[in-house]
Design a protein around this ligand. Structure first.
Ligand SMILES: C[S@@+](CC[C@H](N)C(=O)[O-])C[C@H]1O[C@@H](n2cnc3c(N)ncnc32)[C@H](O)[C@@H]1O
Length: 337
């Protein structure tokens, strides 16, 4: 866009922040997970602005094969993907992060509108500013939102027959049953459009486990940062040094599990989560973690191509196309109908 003086003016993309509004519900969710007999923190709490930057660093690690394998599938099959998806869509990116994956497909898909959704709204705002700078004419909308329980797009997203883009195998964070329910909601929200989704596939644990427990300790920092997120959102007093990162492949469930394990007894306190604000609270909750006790922080389910296609069918999709790399480490699926 140019002003009358000839100076180029870059507009800032609109960002709707729908997530942070319910701080009390967020506190209750965190407290409920921490007080459960098997304590957990949902993986969405991995992603504050620092967590998002740490995840971006993970994607550069030699051990972390998913990002580069998926990117290679997009490059190799770019024409076939464009032919299946079609040009000129509204592209709705779920868990957009730095928006780089979607941007790598802009030349092939030529979207008229890009709607980027992410729980990590500050990080998304920066990513969208940079994207608008590189694509000044593209209509961009950011939505800071948590889609883990129900998936509804705001009216402003205006997404008739849109293409939903869900890369990075984030679908693996849901149990297969929850993934089916979520994808059914996604199919309805796309109003006759389709889904382009990336899924991590089964492979030996010698390849899987280092991807979630790298030698530099970046994934460990990413996981442990969740405690600082809990401290900020819940008003808790976790000491990060009291917990270590644990990741392993659970073959029975076909999933990588990430945990935070107490290295010594740790007594963690926070103000009553149900109070209207953490300052209003006079009561406290306490959870003692014994040395060796774990907080479950993430699952990442791994599928076979056939299992995942079956899941897409159960979610209601009738036409499914699949692309993989030569080793079948990762799958990209286009589903519509
Ligand atoms: C594994 S990263 C993938 C990022 C990027 N799409 C990629 O493939 O490299 C998951 C992304 O989803 C976002 N996210 C995680 N849980 C979410 C939720 N419940 N609602 C909205 N976004 C979420 C994170 O902030 C993060 O950007």
């Amino acid at each position: 866009m140019s002003s009358s003086s000839g100076t180029t003016i870059h507009r800032s993309p609109r960002l709707m922040r729908l997530h942070e509004s319910d701080a009390r519900a967020i506190r209750i969710e965190l407290a409920t997970g921490l007080l459960a007999s098997v304590p957990s923190i949902a993986p969405k709490f991995l992603y504050d602005a620092l967590g998002s930057r740490l995840f971006a660093a993970i994607t550069d690690l030699s051990e972390y094969y998913p990002t580069r394998t998926e990117a290679a599938i997009f490059r190799t099959h770019r024409n076939a993907i464009a032919a299946a998806v079609g040009e000129g869509c509204t592209l709705v990116d779920l868990g957009a992060g730095n928006c780089e994956k979607a941007a790598s497909l802009f030349d092939a898909l030529r979207p008229t509108r890009y709607v980027a959704i992410d729980i990590s709204a500050d990080y998304l705002a920066d990513a969208l500013d940079y994207l608008q700078f590189r694509h000044p004419a593209l209509d961009l909308l950011g939505v800071g939102m948590d889609f883990s329980t129900t998936f509804n797009l705001p009216d402003e997203a205006n997404v008739d027959a849109c293409v939903v883009f869900y890369p990075g195998s984030s679908i693996g964070n849901f149990t297969p049953q929850a993934a089916e329910k979520f994808l059914r909601q996604v199919r309805l929200a796309a109003k006759g459009g389709g889904l382009l989704i990336g899924v991590d596939l089964n492979k030996p644990s010698e390849i899987l486990e280092p991807a979630y427990d790298d030698a530099l300790g970046v994934t460990a920092a990413f996981n442990r940062n969740m405690l600082t997120v809990a401290n900020r959102l819940l008003g808790a007093n976790f000491e990060v040094a009291d917990f270590r990162h644990v990741a392993f492949f659970n073959r029975v469930e076909s999933r990588i599990e990430m945990h935070l394990e107490a290295v010594r007894d740790a007594s963690v306190r926070w103000p009553d989560a149900a109070a209207n604000s953490s300052q209003d609270s006079t009561q406290e909750s306490v959870r003692v973690f014994r040395a060796g006790e774990r907080i479950h922080t993430e699952n990442s389910y791994k599928y076979t191509p056939d299992n995942f296609a079956a899941l897409l069918r159960r979610a209601g999709y009738t036409r499914i196309t699949k692309w993989t790399d030569a080793d079948e480490w990762f799958g990209v699926f286009w589903a519509d109908g």
